[in-house]
Design a protein around this ligand. Structure first.
Ligand code: ATP
Ligand code: MG
Length: 420
């Protein structure tokens, strides 16, 4: 029989990796709580139309990366490729926006049919922030600061914040015309992908990875020049806010981001340690999206952070750790084993991390496992102890920097009091 395997691009997270993921998640939760950002959870499966309307038909994500299928009720469904459209849909559906501005965060798996490589999977995970109902340039600064401080607190090194302004939709429409006119005269010098984008999604040509296209673009009109005075002023205020907070940034006029709904501030946080998939966190302002999805006109800004890329970065600087139990229960014999089962449960109910050896193997083997598990204490029960109503408490390694306590024989009650 052929061996069953996970699907291409769908990755298992094994126990040696989950402590790091849990640390990232716990740190993120703490940072969100401190910034008065509330969690929202939405389904992984949505009507295809949500993403077609929300992200835009011309984007790579909708055009070629979605996991879409027809369900048994003949509805076209899509596994969410990102979180923003779902959060906005939920906010509209449940009238959250009538309760005032919303600071929301989400986390979970996303699905994109891409070519898997390091830092690029078909099921991947994001943590994201959406601030709905915030127009002030300070909200752009706050959103970026939350991401920046979270990454810094996690201990990620060598990060850079790249920043651009895409202007208003009027600015972009004006620029789009200029760019298409300029590029059309030089279409023969564009790579095939970019030629294809020239009509469909010309701004995306700006972040083409093709070196010849990049060289050509050096002479193209820039979006910065096309910004209206209001848009320029707004962008200056965002930059001033970041400077005030001491968050360093680089202007990147080529940064356009993949999704259609962005306007004004666009940013990415990148690391030189990640190779080709350098972006850990990307986001920006999407003032038109809520209305586009049927809600009231609502200014908004958000970002999403790729958990796998973040985990790659952190795994480079911290060794994999395994959570050790505090107490390892060793038992052997007909009377000892049921007692051990009971005691392990009582110790857990008192709040301790307890691993119960269920092998019934020789004491020596069980001790070896207790040691390998990294437990501080072993509780040892043989039939003679069980009969006498006692257990042996062995200190396997001592408290940090101290010699182990001497071995003790304790009654069951004494043991429970000791670990109350
Ligand atoms: P990229 O240019 O790398 O494809 P993107 O612009 O498509 O990124 P976003 O839609 O902005 O990415 O998603 C935000 C973040 O989610 C990215 O910066 C990245 O860290 C992560 N991410 C996106 N796609 C994937 C993927 N297929 N596998 C792993 N992480 C991903
Ligand atoms: Mg992508």
């Amino acid at each position: 029989m052929e061996k069953l395997q996970s699907l291409r691009g769908m990755v298992d997270l094994l126990p040696q990796s989950t402590p790091l993921w849990q640390r990232i998640e716990a740190t993120a939760r703490a940072h969100f709580a401190r910034a008065a950002i509330e969690e929202i959870r939405t389904p992984v499966l949505e009507a295809t139309e949500l993403f077609a309307r929300g992200i835009g038909e011309a984007t790579d994500v909708v055009g070629k990366e979605m996991y879409t299928f027809v369900d048994r009720g003949e509805r076209s469904c899509t596994l969410r490729p990102e979180g923003t459209a779902s959060v906005v849909r939920a906010a509209i559906q449940h009238g959250l926006l009538s309760q005032g501005p919303q600071r929301l965060w989400y986390g979970g798996p996303m699905f994109r049919y891409e070519r898997p490589q390091a830092g690029r999977q078909r099921q991947f995970h994001q943590i994201g922030l959406e601030m709905l109902g915030f127009a002030d340039p300070r909200s752009d600064v706050e959103a970026i600061a939350v991401a920046w401080d979270l990454l810094a607190d996690l201990g990620v090194q060598g990060l850079a914040l790249e920043l651009n302004s895409l202007g208003s939709s009027d600015d972009r429409a004006r620029y789009r015309e200029q760019l298409v006119a300029w590029l059309s005269e030089r279409a023969d010098q564009l790579d095939p992908d970019s030629q294809d984008r020239l009509q469909r999604n010309p701004l995306r040509i700006l972040d083409s990875k093709n070196p010849d296209t990049q060289a050509l673009l050096a002479g193209a009109p820039t979006l910065a020049e096309a910004l209206s005075p209001e848009s320029r002023d707004r962008f200056a205020r965002v930059r001033d806010g970041l400077t005030l907070l001491g968050i360093p940034f680089q202007l990147n006029p080529r940064l356009v981001r993949g999704l259609d709904y962005y306007s004004h501030t666009a940013f990415e946080i990148t690391s030189t340690q990640l190779g080709a998939q350098a972006t850990v966190c990307g986001g920006g302002r999407y003032d038109g999206l809520v209305e586009q999805l049927g809600g009231p006109a609502t200014a908004a800004i958000g970002w999403a952070l790729g958990m796998e890329r973040l985990a790659i970065l952190l795994a480079q600087v911290e060794p994999a750790s395994v959570a050790a139990p505090e107490i390892y229960v060793v038992s052997r014999g007909e009377r000892a084993e049921p007692l051990a089962l009971q005691l392990a449960r009582q110790l857990r109910q008192a709040g301790h991390a307890v691993e119960l050896d269920l092998t019934g193997a020789a004491f020596g083997k069980q001790f070896k496992r207790a040691d390998r598990a990294g437990a501080r204490w072993a509780v040892v029960i043989g039939d003679s102890e069980a009969e006498a109503g006692v257990v042996v408490l062995k200190d396997l390694r001592g408290a940090a920097g101290e010699a182990p306590d001497p071995e003790q024989r304790l009654s069951r009650e004494e043991l429970l009091r000791r670990f109350a």
